[in-house]
Write a protein that binds this ligand. Structure first.
Ligand code: SF4
Length: 181
């Protein structure tokens, strides 16, 4: 067993579909090798009241609301290397499709024109996240050190990127190692 301290990693999930994190789990038995090198201190199933200081932050999803922005900015302060995992984080991708409409139209479509649990009203209480006017990729808010493209990136791409970064190298992307399902 190496005496080298494990690399502390926090992963967070902003506006997205969780597919990127599911791909992360598709590493299967390679997770055992990975966890010899890293310690996952925060994940989407953690209670995210505070983000501790970590070496690497991994972000899935785009910034869709004020809470997403707060989590992203906090993680950036707390980590040395920030990785955008998947195209929603890198470009806005699927959640950014709503940018084709103004926010009021989106809310009316979601809460008034379609059946909802809010009695045909746009909710206006503190329990509902305040949506941003436009969905934006994370590099518009913070410095990003590496991208793992794809929708979702497949497990091989995630493995490649993490092992390269852990070895101190930048991953290089080409059409053979980027997946779009
Ligand atoms: Fe889901 Fe694709 Fe966005 Fe990942 S990049 S969160 S798989 S839509």
């Amino acid at each position: 067993m190496s005496d080298k301290p494990k690399v502390k990693v926090a992963t967070v999930w902003l506006g997205g579909c969780a597919g990127c994190h599911m791909s992360f789990l598709d590493l299967d038995e390679r997770l055992f090798d990975l966890f010899k090198l890293i310690e996952l201190t925060v994940s989407p199933i953690s209670d995210l009241k505070e983000i501790p200081v970590v070496d690497v932050g991994i972000v899935e999803g785009a910034v869709c609301n004020a809470e997403n922005e707060h989590v992203l900015r906090t993680l950036r302060k707390q980590c040395k290397v920030l990785i955008a995992l998947g195209d929603c984080a890198i470009t806005g991708n699927v959640p950014a499709l709503r940018n084709q409409k103004v926010l009021t139209e989106v809310l009316e479509r979601g809460y008034i024109e379609t059946e909802s649990t809010h009695a045909g009203e746009v909710p206006n209480d503190a329990s509902v996240p305040v949506l941003c006017n436009n969905v934006r990729p994370i590099q518009e808010f913070v410095k990003v050190d590496a991208n793992i493209p794809g929708c979702p990136p497949d497990a091989d791409a995630i493995w490649y990127a993490l092992t390269e970064l852990l070895a101190g190298r930048q991953p290089k992307w080409n059409p053979t190692n980027v997946r779009y399902d």
